[in-house]
Design a protein around this ligand. Structure first.
Ligand SMILES: [Cu+2]
Length: 290
């Protein structure tokens, strides 16, 4: 029995070593492989930020072959247009960088906070759950920049497993384990370019005696009552498809309210994250914008 454990431990160490070496290998070769999408992206940023003096790009270093269901180290390097690392960042919403990883059909959503390693390099570990095409949105604020920057990176997890794309299912109610989340809009139809209030009313469904009462144990998540990411369904996904809405400070108990604007007509997916007793939960909704 003791022998078995020693073997297992040794195997684990070997696997770890292999994983590390494959990351290092791909770092050397990554420059070229990822150069074309990033050149494209920086052109996009030039147009987008013409009034803003800060133009940055994100370069992704990832293992050449990524398998689903395995933790993989991703490195995001923030650079200026000349390829020089941007090294100073300001926190916003309590972090130096917020990363949103979605599958391109918007079925899979993750919100992560990479560790800053210095010299423009951020690191995060992620477990891609299935073969699919993924888009990584990284949001960060270089010191001195007027606003947060959004950079887009792509990762493809090859695999033959047929993965049905998610089709929009429109519903204003989401039932989670202990919370029912109801979404209300300030107007019956959403129009592109028009400011809208989004109200998420959270009801407690754990307590059978006081069922559907407003949730009273909301805690702050990233310094706010809730966090909302909105992405427009597009192919390919670009930085302009990503909307980070801002929570309204004084909303009634059990409610998380946001004010935002949908830039274009289309189909959008919303992920509202909130914190109940230290457990972050995500309620997702599809909405249609005229
Ligand atoms: Cu974040």
């Amino acid at each position: 029995m003791k022998y078995f454990f020693t073997q297992t431990a040794l195997l684990a160490v070997l696997l770890l070593t292999q994983a590390c070496s494959s990351v290092v290998r791909s770092q050397q070769g990554s420059e070229q492989r990822h150069s074309s999408p990033h050149v494209h992206h920086s052109e996009h940023e030039v147009n987008h930020d013409s009034e803003n003096s800060t133009i940055t790009q994100a370069k992704l270093t990832a293992p050449e072959k990524i398998l689903p269901h395995q933790p993989v180290a991703l490195e995001i390097n923030i650079q200026d247009p000349q390829g020089k690392s941007v090294t100073q960042f300001e926190q916003f919403q309590e972090k130096l960088m917020h990363v949103i990883i979605v599958s391109d059909d918007l079925k899979i959503f993750n919100h992560l906070h990479p560790k800053y390693k210095g010299n423009g390099r951020f690191e995060v570990t992620f477990n891609f759950p299935e073969p699919n095409n993924y888009t990584i949105f990284s949001e960060y604020k270089p010191t001195g920049a007027q606003e947060e920057q959004v950079s887009v990176m792509n990762v493809r997890i090859p695999g033959s497993t047929p993965v049905p794309s998610e089709l929009p299912k429109y519903s204003n109610v989401k039932i989670l384990t202990d919370t029912k989340v109801n979404l209300y809009f300030s107007q019956p139809t959403l129009f592109a370019g028009k400011q809208v209030n989004l109200k998420f009313a959270l009801q407690d469904i754990t307590n059978k005696n006081a069922s559907n009462q407003p949730v009273k144990d909301l805690q702050l998540y990233l310094g706010e009552k809730g966090h909302l990411v909105i992405i427009k369904s597009s192919s390919p996904l670009t930085a302009s498809d990503y909307i980070h809405a801002h929570a309204i400070q004084d909303s009634p108990e059990g409610q998380v309210n946001f004010i935002t604007k949908f830039p274009q007509p289309g189909t959008y997916k919303l992920w509202m994250q909130f914190n109940r007793q230290g457990k972050v939960q995500t309620a997702d909704f599809w909405v249609n914008v005229e």
